[in-house]
Design a protein around this ligand. Structure first.
Ligand code: SF4
Ligand code: SF4
Length: 289
């Protein structure tokens, strides 16, 4: 099903209203009138590509193919794009150069710094390997906004778990003091699809969001999953089993996953705190033996 650009933006406004976001309709109209949206360049470092896959799960009320083909100008994402080799790397650099100061850089996965960054090479330029660390340091300062998609990019996550032999680090650590705007962290393992898509649209339509002490948008990370958990008064709470819901801010118990179908606790498992700066802990459930 194809929907119009106007329908799509109407949805973003409706979603924003549902999340208590105030939209400036002048900004909406400006974006609707623009021939092109500020493009998005999406780099993937040390991760599992799960955040890209999660993003693909936005299907209601529109499908991700419609988002990517008609609504967001995605210039580079090595999982989604068909280009490869020199063509891909040229597209990356030309897009960043052409839209310097305008584009949104999304960083997925942590950034290895060990071995001069060579634990993660994202391509070659003139036969010379380009590490994720080099790419982030080059394109981060050129971007208008930088978004860390997922816990690995936000805080190091699984990639930086002890003993962290690769020296993996978060996007905000690598880019500290080097960006036009502070890195927006969208933690979660993976990031929730509505959170990433809506944040990209918010940046285009509104600008920088209000953030918490972990630089995450407060409208998505302002409440713990515990605060609206269906098991709070049911007598079947997982707190004694080590559920991290009381300490974990995310949208799971409100927006849920898989098109609003379910979430961890609804699926009969405790929250393991996948959006926390300390994730992954050992053991995953703090009350477990
Ligand atoms: S199951 Fe977890 S999130 Fe739900 S009420 Fe119990 S401690 Fe809170
Ligand atoms: S309920 Fe907890 S572990 Fe599950 S997705 Fe949400 S934050 Fe992550």
């Amino acid at each position: 099903m194809k929907i119009s650009r106007r329908d799509f933006l109407a949805w973003t406004v409706a979603a924003g209203v549902a999340l208590n976001v105030e939209f400036n309709l002048d900004n909406v109209n400006n974006v609707m009138a623009a021939e092109t949206d500020p493009p998005i360049i999406w780099l993937q470092g040390s991760g599992c590509s799960g955040c890209t896959i999660s993003t693909l799960n936005v299907t209601n009320p529109t499908t991700i193919d419609n988002v990517l083909l008609n609504k967001i100008s995605m210039k580079y994402n090595s999982t989604l794009m068909t280009a490869s080799g020199d063509l891909a790397m040229q597209t990356l650099d030309q897009s960043a150069t052409q839209y310097k100061g305008q584009f949104i850089l999304v960083i997925e996965g942590a950034i290895p710094t060990g071995a001069s960054g060579n634990y993660c090479v994202i391509g070659e330029v003139n036969g010379v390997p380009l590490t994720m660390q080099q790419a982030v340091l080059k394109y981060g300062p050129m971007a208008k906004y930088v978004v860390a998609a997922g816990t690995c990019a936000s805080f190091g996550g699984v990639a930086a778990a002890a003993p962290n032999k690769t020296g993996s680090s978060s996007a905000s650590s690598i880019l500290s003091g080097k960006t036009t705007n502070p890195v927006v962290n969208l933690s979660g393992c993976p990031v929730h699809p509505t959170v990433i898509i809506q944040t990209l649209l918010d940046l285009i339509l509104i600008g920088m969001p209000a953030v918490d002490t972990n630089h995450r948008p407060t409208k998505y990370y302002g409440a713990t999953v515990h605060s609206t958990c269906e098991r709070r008064s049911s007598g079947h709470c997982y707190e004694d089993e080590g559920c991290r819901g009381p300490y974990s801010q995310n949208v799971c118990s409100t927006l849920k996953w898989n098109n609003g179908q379910s979430w961890c606790v609804h699926n009969n498992y405790a929250c393991i705190g996948c959006a926390d700066p300390t994730f992954p802990t050992t053991p995953l459930l703090s009350g477990a033996d």
